[in-house]
Design a protein around this ligand. Structure first.
Ligand code: R5P
Length: 282
């Protein structure tokens, strides 16, 4: 039985199809004071799979509620699928007195589940924070699927060295092209500076690849630098299209040709489904 969080209903339905499992009729409500409530019917199954991207603090609370309700219905095994794990980028204390938020979230989620699957977290090591077996499911290669077949001498670029593996896998799946990465310095939560490296992009099509687009600062800076360097068409690809606040507008103004993400976060740009990858990992 697949039990969906409110932010992952489309992916959960696709996963139910992929795995031949039933989709539980979950209900979501709010009390008059704003607190959330979920309702999960009797599941009549031994194994439940809760699918919930924790895209917000509310979504985190909702996941804990879903896990608790599922456990109460008497299932033997609860598997939690976090297509997108919120707070995963806070995987260390960046300053004195700060928490390791990813660890705090992982510990809380571990209390309600026997196993965790998460898709392409910012660092795979985040899986070690869970107190139950946790696994990172790869999906970046699929981002080659929506790209046009006629890219001119394509270059696959990541905004920093940490995401070069994503660019490599998209290039490998696309079948041709060079890869490179920018040197990135974060100036603030919403400002970054990117220094171009060696690959000459003049007149070539460029695919910028990252794990997540959040505020869009990193990607819009990358698209701007590539335009200055004479790139032809620039495509933005990311596993998690969070696209918070005015991120989409920033990217459009920077001149991006198209944005392609997966359905770990359900957005109009979610051109690729991770359901098959999750089905295989389940
Ligand atoms: C950071 O290292 C990540 O890989 C992303 O580049 C970053 O989190 C994107 O954030 P934003 O869209 O806010 O620049």
């Amino acid at each position: 039985m697949i039990v969906s969080g409110s932010a992952s209903q489309s992916l959960a339905a696709t996963l139910a199809d992929e795995t031949g499992r039933a989709l539980a009729p979950v209900e979501f409500e709010r009390f008059p004071d704003g607190e959330q409530m979920v309702r999960v019917p009797d599941l009549d199954t031994d194994r439940a799979v809760v699918v919930a991207s924790t895209v917000s603090s509310d979504a985190h609370v909702e996941l804990l509620q879903l896990q608790d309700a599922v456990r109460e219905s008497g299932v033997d095994e609860v598997v939690t699928v976090l297509p997108y794990m919120g707070y995963a980028r806070q995987d260390e204390a960046f300053g004195a007195g700060e928490p390791v938020s990813a660890r705090a979230m992982a510990r809380a989620i571990s209390t309600g589940t026997d196993r965790v699957l998460t898709v392409e977290p910012h660092e795979a090591a985040v899986c070690d924070f869970f107190d139950v077996p946790a696994e990172a499911v790869p999906a970046a290669g699929q981002l080659a699927e929506p790209l046009p077949e006629d890219l001119t001498e394509p270059v696959f670029v990541s905004p920093d060295e940490g995401a070069i593996g994503i660019a490599d896998r998209i290039r490998d799946a696309y079948g041709r092209g060079e890869t490179d990465y920018f040197e990135k310095t974060r100036l603030s939560g919403s400002e970054v500076e990117l220094e171009p490296r060696e690959v000459d992009v003049d007149g070539r099509d460029v695919v910028v690849a990252d794990d997540i687009v959040a505020t869009g600062s990193t990607m819009s800076e990358a698209v701007g630098v590539l335009a200055e360097q004479g790139a032809a068409r620039t495509y933005v690809t990311c596993v998690h299209p969070l696209l918070a606040a005015n991120a989409h507008t920033k990217l459009a103004r920077a001149g991006v040709e198209a944005i392609y993400g997966t359905d770990t976060i359900e957005r109009p740009t979610s051109a690729v489904s991770v359901a098959a990858a999750l089905a295989e990992a389940l």
